[in-house]
Design a protein around this ligand. Sequence first.
Ligand code: GLY
Length: 264
Amino acid sequence: MRSYRFTHAITRKPASSILHGLRAVDTGNPDLGLMERHHSAYIAVLRETGATVIELDPMENYPDSVFVEDTALCLPEGVIIMRPGAPSRLGEAAEMAPHLQKLYSEVRWIEGPDSFIEGGDILVTEREILVGRSARTNANGVAELIRKVDGWNLAVREVHTPPGVLHFKTDCSLLDGETILSTKRLDASGCFNGYRVIHTAEGEEAAANTIRFNDLVLMPSGFARTRDTLLAAGFEVREIGNSECAKLDGGMSCLSLRFTPKAA
Ligand code: GLY
């Protein structure tokens, strides 16, 4: 299962500049100490599956750089370095590239200048890659991604992130080879027709961003009804505190790149 079985993950420690991180609505500054504890718990669960987790140093000049997922798309065939649509985050991609170039022989770049795309808008399933147009990912970005995966025999489908939602995966996540966890508002768009869909509980839309990582589903704590639905469906769940990342619209997927390296 190429879409959720991985040997490696990359994370980056939160910087103290996280206080200046981007947010749609100001609900107060994150507490760095608490975020660090949540981050350590997250990494411990990734390691619990047997994976190697590479922890990168904080980058003070990039307040949102703890959200490494937006910098690259890691596939079994190779890596595509993203081009984040948030101007303050654009440089994060080039900072990530050397770490991936050590592990992959095939690294391609979204070059722009008019293409923007962030990893948080990309959901990889067993059969296709869904890319949500959003305030951060534009049509040129999707088109360039399609050109960049040329030759890898992959289907890429453009979909849409609901208005006012940061990323496509803010509202959905992959649970297994055929099952998606989604908010009702995103599923209503029809983008998951043909998949088995489990909805987040009413009022628990913020639980939609989970990650399936090997045998475990990591989800933010505090969403008991959605958690119980996942448990009843047979998933092995680990709850991780996410209160501080949530203040910056971040969640489980944002905090790691997950992959199996492919060297030459
Ligand atoms: N604060 C995360 C982001 O806006 O990308």
